[in-house]
Design a protein around this ligand. Structure first.
Ligand code: CA
Length: 137
């Protein structure tokens, strides 16, 4: 499953990329809204993890343009802590879910699983599913 991560903070984007990669996802990472907008016009992703505060073009505008093109890819927003307005605007613009910073990587993985297309075969790798079942049991 191919995921687009859009996050301008280099430390955060690196740790998120590591976490998603170890969850057997293929991760493309963009560091500004303009590049994200461009790559979303030309590439297909199973999930987009989109920071709101981005250089050049903010995440809400990237999301607005994406939905204006009738692209229904699931979008998980990363919002500033406590910013209700960002979350509401994002959800209004068609985001599927959000995570307020700071968040645990396990929470990101759980939200990504929930937001990813459920009908698509081979979404997340089997070892992760088994691990989840063990944890629930
Ligand atoms: Ca940011």
């Amino acid at each position: 499953m191919r995921v687009l991560l859009v996050e301008d903070n280099p430390i955060l984007s690196r740790s998120l990329t590591d976490a998603l990669t170890s969850a057997k996802l293929t991760v493309d990472c963009m560091h500004d809204g303009e590049s994200a907008d461009h790559v979303l016009r030309t590439q297909d992703y199973a999930l987009v993890i989109l920071d709101i505060g981005l250089p050049k073009l903010d995440g809400l505008e990237v999301l607005r343009r994406l939905r204006a093109r009738r692209n229904a890819v699931p979008v998980l927003m990363l919002t500033a802590h406590g910013s209700v307005e960002e979350r509401v605007r994002g959800l209004d613009l068609g985001a599927d879910d959000y995570l307020a910073k700071p968040f645990a990587l396990t929470e990101l993985e759980a939200r990504a699983r929930a937001a990813a297309p459920r009908t698509r075969a081979g979404g997340f790798a089997c070892p992760m599913r088994h691990a989840d079942l063990r944890q629930r049991g």
